[in-house]
Design a protein around this ligand. Structure first.
Ligand code: AMP
Length: 339
């Protein structure tokens, strides 16, 4: 089920960034966060909560602050561990925006204007702020600041990682070898979770029909209700196939939650109806998510403890960021800061 790259002798750096926008759903958990948690054993993991990215679209300040705490608590509840990894808020670490500026000075404007995510977002807005255009440069800085070798990215971020690679190579070529060129770490099959109401579309937090999406903080009764009312397909057979997107999605979810293969599940449910099958899927999802929700409920109550995690993470990240930034400043010709 896991497609984590092979263990290497020294721990390579992996960087993952997440915007503090709302709640994580089952797709995020099974498709991404569970794997990030597993990577902590063999990799030096930096998990950045990228609040500076979040303000490229309009935010209500108090909500952004609450969401940043909530994001940290959700990731910790999912298994990201501050004792093994570096969990930090982007705005707590000086260096992200400084490096972004320097990288922006070697980044062709046309390349930013061609970014599909920029074009999509810009189309939906009446006026476009420069930050939206500059977003991929800041993302490149997030990655290069920590000399990350691997970056877990979804399909929508592949183009941005390509820019980070281009900028690393360009900087190395123009000045001298400085940055590692980061590689994408893209999750394979089995982890793409589809909407419960339209199994041809990805499960997403922006789905207007909230019955489509199971959140990691949903209570057991909400989870059961959403799964029992999920869309299935014609016929009564529990099997995976292109003609059965609804059942295939439920089988994928159950397989990811239980670690049992699709084949095993299909034979287990052969001859049984959709009702029994959905009940079993709901049980599996509740068993997976309930401990996560309970941990979250505990973590979110204690802001002091979350602040301590932010503080430690910022210190660890800052130490690396300062090193990179001093090197970069020297290479571009800035006078060393007098001590
Ligand atoms: P997003 O919620 O789009 O910011 O995505 C955060 C992470 O979760 C990325 O690595 C995505 O690829 C992954 N992800 C988002 N939605 C799904 C889904 N429905 N199924 C599997 N992975 C997902």
């Amino acid at each position: 089920m896991s497609e984590i790259p092979e263990k290497k002798p020294t721990k390579p750096v992996v960087l993952t960034c997440a915007q503090p926008t709302g709640r994580l759903h089952l797709g995020n958990y099974l498709g991404a966060v569970l794997n990030w948690g597993r990577m902590q054993q063999d990799y030096d993991c930096f998990f950045g909560i990228v609040d500076q990215h979040a303000i490229t679209v309009r935010q209500v300040p108090a909500e952004l602050r609450d969401n940043t705490y909530s994001c940290l608590a959700q990731y910790m509840a999912c298994g990201l561990d501050p004792a093994r990894s570096h969990l930090f808020a982007q705005s707590h670490v000086l260096g992200h925006t400084e490096l972004a500026w320097i990288l922006g000075c070697i980044c062709p404007l046309g390349q930013l204007e061609r970014m599909t995510q920029f074009k999509d977002k810009a189309r939906k807005q009446e006026s476009i702020d420069a930050g939206l255009l500059y977003y991929p440069v800041l993302m490149a800085a997030d990655i290069l600041l920590y000399n990350a070798e691997l970056v877990p990215v979804g399909d929508d971020q592949k183009q941005h990682l390509e820019l980070a690679r281009d900028l690393a190579e360009k900087f190395n070529h123009r000045y001298s070898d400085t940055f590692k060129v980061p590689e994408p770490f893209i999750s394979k099959v089995g982890s793409r979770i589809m909407s419960l109401q339209d199994p041809t579309a990805k499960m997403s937090k922006s789905d207007p029909n909230q019955a489509s999406t199971v959140y990691i903080t949903d209570r057991p009764e909400e989870i059961r209700k959403k799964i029992m009312s999920s869309v299935t397909d014609s016929g009564a057979e529990v099997r995976a196939g292109d003609d059965k997107p609804g059942v295939t999605n439920l089988l994928t979810i159950m397989s990811a939650c239980t670690g049992r293969s699709l084949d095993v599940l299909q034979s287990e449910f052969s001859g049984k109806g959709y009702g029994d099958f959905k009940k079993a899927v709901a049980d599996a999802v509740v068993a997976t998510l309930d401990p996560v929700r309970l941990r979250y409920d505990d973590l979110i109550k204690d802001r002091e403890a979350l602040n301590k995690v932010f503080k430690a993470g910022a210190e660890q990240a800052q130490a690396v960021a300062f090193k990179t930034l001093s090197k970069v400043n020297r290479k571009v010709g800035f006078v060393e800061r007098p001590r």
